[in-house]
Design a protein around this ligand. Structure first.
Ligand code: HAM
Length: 431
């Protein structure tokens, strides 16, 4: 085969697309119940949205962006994440003049030049939600509750919630000084990667996967112990809110997340069904992001979740995705005259919203029957020479193999109740 898909991308084939449709539908449904509105932003943005928004020192900006100079000489980047573009759209469309609070969500493809492995792609599909305009701790709880509800609806049961607080900007800077001093005193023992991070993004050393780094950082100053009373109270309020709606959590001082914009609460949902890439979703507050992008100081909180990872977990949890509808009627027309007639029958049946099809490949009777079986047709309508002479069709019920003749003029009247009752009987019209 000459051409293959690019490394780290995937084809979603017709045989598995129903799982995607199911997940997407559940996301839309739950978002609606929580009164979030969908927003769609472009696939690419001016590069500066990410360098400024996500941060120069992050892996995403430093190593992973698909950036190109367009024919007008401008630097563009395929969106590696959704929050900065949504904030750009929020500012550009003056959302704040409409209402002080916005609850937005998106489902979109994202691009990161990462080393592909199970659950890690160079193009992945992410859904995310953002609440912009409030720093009320209840918005953090609302988002975590929303994410959990979506996971539950998609059949994900084995996940846990890790949570931390990064404090406000000023507190974080004071903490960083302490952390850097500690890390510098242990610099010689740190891994090469962490030595590099000490210069560009020291916080990320806390979530290094290297055993020895972890041993060292277990003794490092903890951000939660360095929060102001106000931030600590806010964090406790979030934790109490979660407890009050039955959401368990584990506080994790290593949870600093890979993007620079976080302040106060950060969280991640982890699944034990995944390997090294075990985060099915993550997010947190970003009270300074809108200002960084040129807007008035506006608080915000959000999360994002990879659909590929969610489907992997649901499959490992043996979740039974509802199968797509069977075909109600497959028409087998055996000569040209019968085929002409079938075009009309297809139109009439489809107007009733029945799912119908016929052969378009001039196949033999036998292979058309095989096709009807393959696509799970419930009824097969056969029109041959005999039928044309008698102005009728032979209707075969594929579930019980019964057969009857129906006059052309009676097809709709006879078939309608049969299709409706077969749908109820076999409960295949699942979503
Ligand atoms: P993130 O943690 O970088 O956060 O990505 C969110 C989720 O997207 C991850 O937990 C994971 O499920 C999925 N994901 C990320 N990268 C990949 C990949 N290469 N392959 C497969 N799945 C992936 C953000 O992007 C933030 N914008 C989330 C957010 C929204 N924070 C506040 N609002």
């Amino acid at each position: 085969m000459k051409f293959q898909k690019p490394k780290g991308t995937k084809d979603i084939l017709p045989s598995e697309i129903y799982k995607w449709h199911f997940a997407e539908q559940k996301i839309h449904e739950v978002m609606d119940v929580y009164n979030f509105k969908e927003i769609r932003t472009p696939t690419f943005e001016h590069t500066e949205i990410f360098t400024r928004g996500v941060g120069e020192g992050t892996d995403i900006v430093g190593k992973e962006m698909y950036t190109f100079i367009d024919k007008g000489g401008e630097s563009m980047t395929l969106s590696p994440e959704g929050t900065a573009p949504v904030m750009r759209a929020y500012l550009e469309n003056s959302f704040s003049s409409e209402s002080p609070l916005h609850k937005l969500y998106y489902i979109t493809n994202m691009f990161r030049y990462e080393k592909p492995q199970a659950g890690r792609f160079r193009e992945h599909t992410q859904f995310g939600a953002e609440i912009i305009g409030s720093d009320d701790y209840k918005t953090d709880v609302e988002l975590i509750s929303l994410a959990k509800e979506i996971y539950n609806q998609i059949g994900i049961t084995d996940f846990s919630l890790k949570i931390n607080s990064m404090g406000k900007k000023g507190e974080r800077e004071i903490y960083l000084e302490k952390l850097i001093a500690f890390l510098k005193s242990n610099e010689n023992s740190l891994s090469m990667d962490s030595k590099r991070r000490l210069v560009i993004n020291p916080l990320r050393i806390l979530d290094s996967k290297d055993e020895n780094d972890r041993k060292i950082t277990s003794e490092a100053p903890k951000i939660l112990e360095n929060l102001s009373d106000e931030s600590r109270k806010r964090f406790d309020n979030v934790l109490n809110g979660l407890t009050s709606i039955g959401i368990n959590y584990e506080i994790d001082f290593r949870l600093v997340r890979g993007l620079d914009y976080y302040t106060d609460t950060t969280f991640e949902f982890i699944s034990s069904s995944l390997g090294a890439q075990d985060a099915i979703g993550g997010g947190g507050r970003y009270d300074g992001l809108i200002e960084t992008l040129g807007g008035k100081p506006t608080p915000g909180v959000g999360f994002g979740s990879g659909i590929e990872r969610i489907l992997m977990v649901a499959e490992r949890n043996n979740f039974e995705f509802p199968k797509p509808n069977h075909v109600d009627v497959y028409i087998i027309a055996l000569n040209e005259e019968a085929k002409q007639k079938s075009i009309l029958f297809l139109k009439d049946l489809r107007e009733k919203k029945f799912k119908c099809d016929m052969d378009f490949a001039s196949r033999s009777f036998k292979s058309q029957m095989r096709e009807a079986n393959k696509i799970g047709a419930i009824f097969v309508m056969i029109i041959g020479e005999e039928e044309m002479k008698k102005n009728c069709v032979t209707l075969k019920n594929m579930w019980d193999s019964s057969q009857e003749e129906i006059p052309f003029t009676e097809i709709l009247n006879t078939l309608t109740p049969k299709i409706i009752s077969s749908r109820t009987r076999f409960k295949y019209s699942a979503y």
